[in-house]
Design a protein. Sequence first.
Length: 487
Amino acid sequence: MNATESRRRWWWPRSVRAVAALAAASTAAVILAGIGWWIHRDVHRQNTQIAQEQALDQLGTLVDQLKEGVVPPRRSAVPYEVVATGRRTAVAYGGGMDDFDPGTHHVMPTPVGQGAPNFVRLPVNRDYNSGLRGDVAGGTHRVMSADIKADELSSDKIAALGVAADAKLRVYVVVLPYTADENTKITDGVLLRAGLVGLVLIAAAVYFAVRTALRPVEAIRVLTASVTASDPRERVTVPAAGHEITALATTINTTLQRLDSAATRQRRFVADAAHELRSPLTTLLASLEVALAYPERTDWPTAVTTAARQTRRLQALAEDLLLLARLDTRSPTAEPETVDVTALASRLAEQYPLTERPLTLTCDSTAPAHAHGDPEEYERLLRNLVDNAARHAAHRIQITIRNQDDWVVLTVHDDGPGVPTEDAERIFERFVRLDDARSRDQGGTGLGLAIARDLAHRHRGTLTLTPRTLGACFQLRLPRASTPAEK
């Protein structure tokens, strides 16, 4: 971790409440800044429009007074100046106009053509009158003007104004910006204070709202922290309101239930495995101890045969346990092979040893049946089904394979005593033997059907016990793989 990341982690908030409050305040700040800028522009525009209307009213009043031959008074709400051709001094001025450039005859230019410029740069006034805003001088400001021809007035009015009979008068009125600026500054200050208070209130409201909303999460965290792998029986309280916290609590309870069920299955599996291992170990140890205690009276071939049989049973049980452990932790292969289930079953029927008692094992199929998967795992699955059938069959075992739509359906049917309906699912549990099953010495490890179903599920198939009037019939359904000819 570099220094930059360390500093960033130091100042960045660590709690969800603080992050949510910061995010809400940042979003609100952006929104309020946009609204404030829009209000700033609108207030300035409206106040500027008011100042222009005020200047326009003043211009109309001045024009009316001049047409009446009255020299306007110097007292005025806005700066103005009246100039005329043929005069070196202003006809009239007021509103602090002389403070722009004291000592000059007039500030505004005399008329030389029609109209007047819309903007005029006023000269800088260092010793301005306090009644005139200092920031007005030295800037470019909007002015309004109106022209009056002296020949349109009577002689006595011309004389009262002090201009020549052919003179041209121009009235200037300065549009003062300081009113709009002042109002805009006041509005900006109010908006800034209101915005800061609003941001604090928004951040506080979001902080406490998130804090309240996360209280059930904290309760869930505390209770979940008390759950242990050996005793996952605790359950969180599901809030009554149907929101995301309810879904979280429900999901956690479901997960805890799965963990509890898995722990229960694991404990039962370990107990069953220990029980199954203890039986051959006890038999093996007893036979060896008896043989060692009475070596002269021991039938050593029989003792060795018993030890070998129990050792083989231990070896088979260990291999089955290892296979189950691999099936529980291993995912399906990424690129499975295409296996001809018909050929595999036919080869198993031909090579299966039927030495203990007379049994007939047949394989009935009319066409190849292809499925994706591991050939060795398919062979182990079929062998487990046939082994189970061979332990219970009276005279005959029949394997049937057929293609049914998108599935390969394989059945293993024996003519034994069958399985009660209520035990149709129980027989697939690990270390389960029904009452009418053979002894442990002849009945296998009790893991064959469990391994077969796990292998079927691993290949996205199913293994079920289908009802039959005679014997037991196991049905295996596997996804069918298309052959190159079918493609």
